[in-house]
Design a protein around this ligand. Structure first.
Ligand SMILES: NC(=O)c1ccc[n+]([C@@H]2O[C@H](COP(=O)([O-])OP(=O)(O)OC[C@H]3O[C@@H](n4cnc5c(N)ncnc54)[C@H](OP(=O)(O)O)[C@@H]3O)[C@@H](O)[C@H]2O)c1
Length: 372
């Protein structure tokens, strides 16, 4: 069993793991803490960047000789294979660590329990499952990628009390209050990419950049616009040079449509169409974003794209702001038909967090799809 000090160290290791942010993907977020044989903390580390040193190795380097007969507390099973770096299990064994406390196994098939076994075979006492639920939450993007090969998709909606996302004239500025809009900028800062549809670009002309009143982020998320038609006038603010911009069009889109978009400085991704409906295949899109190192994507779109993403069961979590105003039946509904015949098929949120955001409310949670 883990001691109270080890559990506390695991909390610290999870906090360290989170510091890896967006740059660790497609690697997991990992944090590590080392105690010497007298129970003093002598080393800490986290995995900062994909291809960079692992958390355990950084913590061992800091601890140096003090790691001998000490305890390593780490949020993920140490690796036992040669990848971009050599196996962490080798470093742990050669440092003379006596005990390892692990939050969760690594589902990477090259590891999958073998890291823990290697340590045990080397005579190290290993305790597993400590704060496992928290560790699973910290690594939801990595685990989702391992399971599906896709990016994690968070859908943000800003709604009136009667579930409308724009007024009858298409205007949505501003449904929500400044506090909520600032919160959306923070969500963008936490995302590798922001995804929208050409309908939103045409009607709202958003920039989709991070503009925060406090200290700025280190980089801007990539902006991704989906369009079947490629119809965007060219003067839209999204084509300003503030951030990398990608326009996704169907395979075989004629050059006369693609060339003007490229001239605006945007990249083009030509992706296949969905087999059973009109539109680009959204599964392929989210596999492509993952391949390009974008672990978490924030969708900020109108009902056309939101509905398609929900129908395809591609939305992993949602952030729904509700403002204290009504727009009536003439306003644009948040989502279109989802083919939900009964309550059993409802799309729900779980692990719900409800908060007040200025004069709005904010509901956040992970998405659970009902039975068909
Ligand atoms: N309150 C909010 O949170 C919020 C957020 C965003 C937008 N809005 C409002 O939503 C309204 C716009 O709604 P909308 O439904 O037109 O916006 P949208 O969903 O952002 O854009 C729809 C367009 O995106 C493209 N698209 C969607 N799915 C596609 C797919 N699978 N493959 C290829 N292209 C795809 C198509 O572009 P093409 O037509 O070019 O082929 C389609 O017409 C506006 O009034 C805006 O103010 C509100």
């Amino acid at each position: 069993m883990a001691s109270p000090a080890e559990i506390q160290a695991m909390r610290r290791a999870l906090e360290l793991a989170r510091a890896g942010g967006l740059s660790a993907f497609p690697n997991p977020l990992v944090g590590a803490v080392i105690f010497d044989s007298s129970g003093n903390i002598v080393g800490e580390g986290y995995h900062e960047i994909c291809g960079g040193p692992h958390a355990e190795v950084l913590a061992l380097e800091k601890a140096s000789d003090a790691a001998f007969r000490g305890t390593l507390v780490v949020t993920l099973e140490p690796c036992c294979h040669y990848g971009r770096t050599s196996p962490c299990t080798d470093a742990i064994l050669s440092a003379g660590i006596a005990r390892v406390v692990v939050a969760m196994e690594d589902p990477d098939p090259r590891v999958a329990g073998r890291g823990i076994q290697t340590l045990r075979d080397g005579g190290i006492q290993v305790e597993t499952g400590v704060l496992r639920e928290e560790a699973l939450r910290v690594n939801s993007t990595y685990l989702h990628f391992r399971e599906t090969g896709r990016s994690w998709l968070r859908l943000k909606l800003a709604l009136s009390m009667d579930g409308r996302l724009a007024a009858a004239d298409g205007g949505a500025e501003w449904i929500t209050c400044p506090t909520s809009r600032e919160a959306v900028h923070r969500m963008r800062a936490e995302s590798a990419a922001v995804l929208t549809g050409a309908g939103t670009v045409r009607s709202d002309d958003p920039r989709l950049t991070v503009r925060l009143s406090e200290a700025g982020p280190t980089g801007q998320p990539v902006r991704i616009i989906l369009s079947m038609s490629g119809d965007m006038g060219g003067s839209e603010r999204i084509f300003s040079g503030d951030a990398r911009t990608i326009v996704v069009v169907p395979e075989g889109t004629p050059t006369e449509i693609i060339a003007p978009i490229k001239n605006l400085g945007a990249e083009i991704w030509e992706l296949p169409g969905a087999s059973d409906r009109v539109g680009i295949d959204l599964h392929t899109l989210l596999r492509r974003t993952a391949e390009e190192g974008m672990g978490e994507v924030l969708a900020e779109c109108g009902s056309g794209l939101s509905t398609a993403l929900l129908r395809e069961r591609l939305v992993n979590s949602m952030a729904v702001f509700t403002a204290p105003l009504l727009l009536g039946a003439g306003g644009f509904p948040a989502v279109g038909d989802l083919s939900i015949p009964s309550m059993d098929s409802a799309i729900r949120l779980q692990d719900v967090r409800a908060s007040i955001s200025g004069s709005d409310t904010l509901l956040e949670g992970s998405v659970v799809y009902g039975s068909d």
